[in-house]
Design a protein around this ligand. Structure first.
Ligand SMILES: OC[C@H]1O[C@H](O[C@H]2O[C@H](CO)[C@@H](O)[C@H](O)[C@H]2O)[C@H](O)[C@@H](O)[C@@H]1O
Ligand SMILES: [Ca+2]
Length: 809
């Protein structure tokens, strides 16, 4: 049936029960402050109720009557009853839909205000023939209140399996005008109801027709839909004149200074953007915004040409956002268009290094020549921002805030650029010269990063030819959660008979010298540069470790650079300084590193790659999931891969996928040795993704699929049982509550009321990437929440194959 079957002025896509929130709850206009226009389909308050039901009933009858006839009821002509310009919205007295915080107006209303109006009349259409159902929510506030009062028994504005309510709420059906009631049952449907009502309310709706299908949607489809249509959007940042003040706000550090009397003053908020010393265009652009808006508070500050540890420490109390790539707006003189990016989420509201690579993998999963070009734009934006960071800050930054200026994160630029390049060629074949230019710029930036950061002092260990994480910096990293260093600082605080705050102040200003502590923080900064902050694998020694992770990534750089030079630039590329880089040099570098990886990092007896301590000249023996990274970069030999799979996957394979490190290596945890988030029992999305890609590339697709199933099952189970939660990391060893993590700053992505709107960047990506490793049978099992043990038994019994695996990354 291709025609419009409804006598409502809507298109067929608007009748989709799974439509994007914008079209389901109201068009974009409805979000603007000045206009709260809702679309017709959801029966906005602009129409009188009796007219709503008249229309709807007529429509149903027509639907029913014509259900077997093609092209009957073609209503391309808009319904004469629908007014193109709706009358002013009904305001319900003083009650206006509030958006933030969305529950306040419910809480503040007296129950008489919330009393349901009597239904004007009952529609004469019987419910029974209509499947799937639609519910008529006459008063969203009232329904939300009833739902929360009955079902959210622990009062956290989420409906989870820990709530002990009746687990059923009756809602009026749409075709009976709300008269006939039908139940919404069980945690999953009730929590989806809470989510949908919360979203509808954020769109300014008071009433709603809600598809039952939206409440009992297959959870796999729902997670995928939310990530691709909502979460990426919520995590997207793009600096504009209108949002720079909000974007420059820092939430991790409180700005502080001493007043004339020497009293420490803390600002609750600061808004500052730092500009590279040679970007006058950007400096002027941000100042022009200030000039045009004298009421805004925005500090626009040039960075010096030389940025070292002392300088970075000197601005610890003046946190600011770091400018990113921007180009002139062809349509508006003086305006700059800033490249977009995706942030991880929660407390991480800036462009991160390796998170962006993982997000790119996720974003590119659904880009085709015909769809989702926006996702390609975001992936390209992040890559452009990395090129910019290398040229203006000397490295790809941990993240674009001032306190991250001294350190990088695991490098993935060559692979990221190649993937964006390939996709761009496919989507915009007509732009090939521009796309090749992008690849050239990304490759030259990667070469610069490789030569000046990763293979230069202090990161390069000349003896082994391998590299270590070793950033610049002085003092204590200011961005960590307040209590993170308590155990480490305690003996020093006691020794100097100071409060911890006083000690930090004096130690940072170098009034107190503690060489051992300097050494500890050198390694701590290195741990943060490694992205694996924090872990007992690295603590107290990271800057001395030639890690498996970093050296696998650098091998990939070497191979990718030689491939790009060979395939696109006749084997050589000249940089801005006139140096010509030859493919043959990069082939040689890769061969040397591969040999050194085997010589220093491979342990034949244990079938593992271990980090190598360049000071003690020994392997550390710490069992870490980074042992699979040489599969991702294809630095491992076939034999090493086979041994890893046969003897070492089992060391890390837990209920929910790969654990970051083994229990044996982590050791005992106690008050003085608190648990660390990158150790047992936690599992992280990037570790899973890299292992799947690596295993698959050596032909171990069955192992990759099995691990993907475990991870996706754990995510789906938590999503279904815990109100749509998607978090930064999981406890992969626990069947129940895997999303509850209390190590270090705790988990991110948990803190929401009613509905999760962003998930977490790399975990979102892992879901989309992971699905590509599952065949139809696996996806069906996942949708019905079949536990991994049962699913794995089923595929053994049926000698299932992975022949359906499609489009693997
Ligand atoms: O503020 C504490 C630390 O937070 C970041 O690290 C964690 O989050 C990052 C963003 O998702 C992620 O890249 C990193 O692997 C996580 O451990 C930050 O990167 C650290 O520098 C910071 O100290
Ligand atoms: Ca609850």
């Amino acid at each position: 049936m291709t025609s419009h079957r409804r006598n409502l002025s809507i298109s067929s896509t608007e009748d989709d029960p799974y439509a994007h929130a914008e079209s389901y709850y109201g068009d974009k206009k409805s979000l603007s402050k000045s206009s709260k226009l809702g679309r017709v389909r959801t029966f906005s308050v602009f129409e009188t109720k009796s007219k709503i039901f008249d229309d709807f009933r007529k429509d149903l009858l027509k639907d029913h009557k014509n259900s077997s006839c093609e092209n009957i009821g073609d209503d391309k002509t808009p319904s004469p009853e629908k007014s193109p310009s709706p009358p002013a919205p009904v305001t319900n007295g003083n009650r206006r839909p509030s958006i933030v915080p969305i529950y306040d107006d419910i809480a503040n209303q007296s129950s008489s205000e919330l009393k349901p109006e009597l239904h004007a009349r009952r529609a004469s259409v019987d419910d029974s023939f209509l499947r799937p159902k639609k519910f008529y929510i006459n008063d969203i506030d009232l329904t939300l209140r009833e739902l929360l009062e009955n079902e959210d028994t622990d009062h956290n504005y989420q409906i989870t399996i820990e709530d002990t309510g009746p687990k059923v709420l009756k809602l009026g059906t749409a075709n009976s005008g709300g008269y006939t009631k039908a139940p919404v049952r069980g945690t999953y449907m009730l929590s989806n109801l809470l989510q949908e009502l919360t979203i509808a309310k954020r769109f300014g709706r008071d009433q709603l027709i809600l598809d039952e299908q939206r409440l009992n949607e297959n959870p796999v489809a729902r997670i995928k839909r939310l990530i691709t249509t909502q979460f990426w959007k919520s995590l997207t940042r793009e600096i504009t004149k209108d949002n720079i003040v909000e974007m420059s706000k820092d939430t991790k550090i409180k700005e502080s200074y001493y007043d004339a009397e020497g009293k420490l003053i803390e600002n609750s908020e600061s808004h500052r953007i730092y500009i590279p010393h040679n970007r006058q265009d950007q400096y002027e652009y941000f100042n022009s915004i200030k000039k045009a808006n004298p009421n805004i508070v925005l500090d626009v500050v040039y960075l010096p040409e030389k940025i070292d540890g002392q300088f970075i420490k000197s601005i610890n109390n003046k946190p600011g956002l770091l400018a990113l790539s921007a180009k002139p707006d062809p349509n508006e003189k003086g305006n700059l268009l800033n490249e977009p990016y995706v942030v991880p989420g929660g407390r991480f509201n800036e462009l991160y290094g390796w998170d962006s690579y993982m997000e790119t993998l996720g974003l590119l999963t659904d880009v085709t020549p015909k769809s989702n070009h926006e996702h390609l734009r975001l992936a390209r934006g992040m890559t452009e921002n990395f090129i910019y960071e290398i040229h203006h800050y000397g490295k790809i930054l941990n993240a674009n805030r001032s306190y991250y200026l001294g350190r990088s994160q695991p490098p993935f630029l060559t692979d990221m650029a190649l993937r964006v390049f390939e996709k761009t060629k496919e989507v915009y074949p007509e732009k090939l010269p521009e796309t090749i230019d992008f690849l050239k710029r990304a490759t030259l930036a990667s070469i610069k990063e490789y030569l000046t950061i990763w293979c230069a002092k202090p990161r390069l260990d000349e003896k082994t030819g391998l590299s270590c994480y070793h950033p610049e910096g002085v003092g204590i990293p200011p961005e960590t959660e307040a209590t993170h260093f308590d155990a480490v600082l305690k003996p020093y605080v006691q020794k100097h008979k100071l409060t911890q705050a006083e000690f930090i102040e004096k130690y940072n200003s170098q009034e107190i010298h503690e060489p051992e502590l300097d050494e500890y923080f050198l390694h701590d900064r290195a741990v943060r540069e490694s992205g694996h902050d924090t872990s007992y694998r690295l603590e107290g020694k990271c800057a001395d470790l030639a890690t498996v992770d970093l050296n696998s990534l650098l091998y990939k750089y070497e191979v990718d650079i030689s491939t790009v030079l060979t395939n696109y630039f006749d084997g050589k590329l000249q940089d801005v300084n006139g140096t010509v880089h030859q493919a043959s040099e990069w082939i040689q570098r890769a061969a040397t590193r591969r040999k050194n990886l085997t010589k220093y990092l491979w342990n034949e007896k244990d079938s593992m790659f271990y980090d190598y301590n360049v000071k003690t000249e020994q392997q550390t023996g710490y069992e870490s999931a980074t042992t699979f990274w040489p599969l991702w970069s294809q630095a491992a030999t076939r034999e090493q891969a086979k041994k890893l799979v046969e003897n070492s996957v089992s060391k890390f394979e837990e209920h929910g996928g790969l654990v970051a490190g083994t229990l044996r290596s982590r050791g005992e945890i106690n008050l003085h040795r608190p648990s660390r988030q990158w150790d047992y029992p936690y599992g992280w999305a990037p570790q899973q993704i890299l292992a799947w890609i690596g295993l698959n590339s050596y032909g171990y697709t069955d192992v990759a699929s099995r691990l993907a199933y475990r991870w996706l099952f754990m995510m789906t189970r938590a999503f279904v049982d815990y109100n749509g939660v998607v978090v930064e990391k999981y406890n992969v060893c626990k069947g129940a509550v895997p999303h509850r993590v209390d190590a270090e700053y705790g988990n991110q992505g948990l803190d929401f009321k009613g509905v999760a709107t962003e998930g977490f960047g790399w975990v979102n990506a892992s879901y989309l990437v992971g699905l590509q490793y599952l065949n139809l049978h696996a996806k069906r099992c996942l949708g019905t929440l079949t536990p991994p043990e049962v699913y794995l038994r089923s595929i053994e019994t049926h000698k299932d194959t992975v022949e359906d695996v499609q489009g693997i990354v």
